[in-house]
Design a protein around this ligand. Structure first.
Ligand code: DI6
Ligand code: FE
Length: 406
């Protein structure tokens, strides 16, 4: 088996219960896309080839650089047309996000721009965004649909997301967010739209387009009763669910999602103690999205202390989308999570690695350990807390996907 030896790393393993899991002068042996061995260089088996049963074909000296698990961006809306800069201007004049949505702007305006974009245009733009994330250490991303809102355009968005993963070689998990907003054809008929989504889901699933099902539970979107029908349909297909819950108000979405054993509940600014207990019981991850909080100038901070007390794992993501989080900077998200939500830098990094992987149902990544995927980020930094400290620093030297330097 052909192996690569990565030497002279300041590895941040994030092994459970070990703080950063820092290994000052570490070595990693990878075979194909998997970590075979990791530990202090001093205890590297003397006869590596014989002891590990591998054939060494390459050696990379990392020169003491910081080595972390590849970042996992577990909540993005990367596939869409157009932009919403005019809406940003309106909001700065005092018009609220909800008021813009109610007057037919917001998500709906991106739906128009997405429907009129060509497949190639959608693909090129999504690829460019994904490449930008990769250049900053991201090795796994989730991509949601949700700006098509028709049978044709949702399928097109999901196919586009799959194609991004194939083209760039990074792991893309697709999430169907057809229940994101009520499309114009269904104006005033949200229940009919939910029924249509439930009829489309099996077709998309049969085409292998969906890894999870999401919905937007909010006054300006769908009620828990409507989302329950979508979740029942997902359950019938054997698909896991996740939910945009309690972003702008407490609608009881997180408790509903927990009832369905959701992989994650996302946003959660307004989540109740009872719902947190239900999430803990169900093993759902709390995905916090500080960039959306910041960009919408929200003031209700998610209850981080209560999540910690309940033992709910906290993940972080960019939430990249044109309306509430037009950013492509994972390190800024780490910084915002610390400055705005008071996470520690270590919690923030775990939030974009191991806990984010769990929010996608992936248990083979997010920590550096034998048997895990060889997805790494190499940083020109001395201390891991710097990951959440610098702003706009471009500290990522290389991204390694499945053992291959990008
Ligand atoms: N919450 C979000 O943060 C995105 N979707 C959602 O349900 C934003 C969607 C948008 O404004 O385009
Ligand atoms: Fe979102």
């Amino acid at each position: 088996m052909n192996a690569v030896l990565w030497r002279n790393a300041h590895a941040i393993s994030l092994a459970p219960d070990s703080g950063w899991g820092a290994l000052g002068c570490a070595a990693v042996v990878t075979v194909g896309d998997t970590i075979r061995w990791i530990g202090a260089q001093a205890v590297l088996p003397a006869d590596l080839e014989r002891d590990l049963g591998v054939h060494l074909v390459n050696e990379v000296d990392l020169g003491g650089a910081l080595l972390t698990p590849g970042l996992v961006d577990c909540h993005t809306h990367l596939v869409y047309g157009g932009h919403r800069a005019a809406e940003f201007e309106l909001r700065l004049e005092g018009v609220s996000y909800e008021a813009i949505a109610r007057s037919g702007g917001g998500i709906r305006s991106t739906v128009n721009a997405t429907r009129t974009a060509t497949d190639e245009d959608l693909f090129e733009r999504a690829c460019k965004r994904a490449r930008t994330l990769m250049s900053q250490g991201v090795t796994t991303i989730e991509i949601k649909s949700g700006y098509g809102l028709s049978e044709h355009d949702e399928a097109r968005s999901l196919r586009c997301a799959r194609r991004v993963g194939q083209a760039l070689g990074l792991t893309v998990r697709t999430t169907c967010l057809a229940a994101h907003a009520i499309p114009p054809e269904f104006e005033g008929r949200p229940d009919d739209y939910i029924e249509a989504v439930c009829a489309w889901l099996p077709k998309w699933h049969a085409e292998g387009l969906i890894d999870a099902v999401d919905a937007f539970c909010e006054r300006i979107a769908f009620s828990p009763d409507q989302i329950r029908r979508v979740f029942e349909c997902a359950r019938g297909l054997g698909l896991p669910v996740k939910l945009h819950a309690e972003q702008l108000s407490d609608q009881g979405g997180a408790a509903l999602a927990a009832e369905f054993g959701a992989l994650s509940c996302d946003h959660l600014e307004w989540v109740s103690e009872a719902a947190i207990a239900a999430m803990a019981e169900a093993g759902s991850v709390a995905v916090l999205l500080p960039a959306a909080f910041y960009f919408l100038r929200e003031t209700q901070v998610p209850p981080v202390q209560a999540l910690r007390r309940a033992g709910v794992p906290i993940a972080l993501a960019t939430d990249h989308n044109p309306g509430s989080a037009p950013l492509l900077s994972p390190s800024l998200v780490l910084n915002l999570a610390c400055t705005l939500f008071r996470l520690t830098p270590e919690e923030a990094l775990r939030g974009m690695t191991v806990h984010a992987a769990r929010a996608l149902g992936l248990s083979d990544r997010g920590v550096l350990a034998a048997g895990m995927r060889a997805d790494f980020a190499v940083w020109d930094l001395d201390h891991p807390a710097e990951l959440a400290y610098w702003i706009g620093h471009q500290a990522c030297r290389k991204t390694i996907l499945g053992g291959v330097v990008q």
